[in-house]
Design a protein around this ligand. Structure first.
Ligand code: ZN
Length: 205
């Protein structure tokens, strides 16, 4: 179908990306052939650097090339408030609102036993360890945990589960308000909605 094996190969790879269908993959591949060589190679280099240099932050679980990450090592951020999210994309969304100045904890997903996402697969143990370490004398104590998992079935189940584990530790646990429409993803919520949801958080009973 294609005059070049390499063109076909690239189209195949592009098609594996989310939201890219067969037509888009073909359009992108042809674009990369016509674009200045340096531009195409810069894209290739950006992908290589991303995969070779970016790993996970030991503290919060977010993507980073320095460990601890920029957010965890920023002295201006309040270490007493921990915002628990599902994915690194949620941190980006919350940071875009500019209204949260605490720290994050990325779980790496949400509880969904049917898909095999059990508590052990999420960074829940790390969260508890982090809170316990904060309770040590001289350490920065965690006073509030904000559960900012997605407002869908898996996200709610995760919030409930984490809340139950945190209750015996005597920490204030809050859940972001319902400003974010039910069933939607935090990551794709607009900034104003997300900032409001964060502001309107309520203590979990
Ligand atoms: Zn971090």
């Amino acid at each position: 179908m294609y005059s070049s094996k390499y063109l076909e190969l690239l189209i195949e790879e592009l098609e594996k990306l989310p939201t890219i269908g067969a037509k888009s993959a073909q359009r992108l591949a042809l674009h990369l052939l016509r674009a200045p060589r340096e531009d195409a190679l810069r894209l290739a280099e950006a992908i290589r650097a991303l995969r070779e240099r970016v790993g996970f932050c030991r503290v919060c679980g977010n993507f980073t090339e320095q460990d601890p990450c920029r957010l965890c090592s920023d002295p201006a951020r309040e270490s007493g408030v921990l915002c628990v999210v599902e994915q690194p994309g949620d941190v980006i969304a919350l940071e875009r609102t500019g209204s949260f100045k605490g720290r994050y904890h990325v779980l790496g997903g949400a509880l969904s036993p049917l898909d095999g996402t059990t508590p052990e697969k999420l960074r829940i143990r790390e969260l508890l360890e982090r809170i316990r370490a904060g309770a040590e004398p001289g350490a920065a104590e965690v006073r509030e945990v904000i559960l900012a998992t997605n407002p869908n079935v898996a996200g709610e189940a995760t919030a409930l589960y984490v809340h139950r584990l945190l209750t015996p530790l005597g920490i204030k646990v809050t859940r972001i308000a319902r400003g974010v429409p039910m069933g939607s993803d935090l990551e794709y919520s607009d900034q104003v909605t997300l900032a409001r949801a964060l502001e309107g958080r309520r203590e979990v009973e």
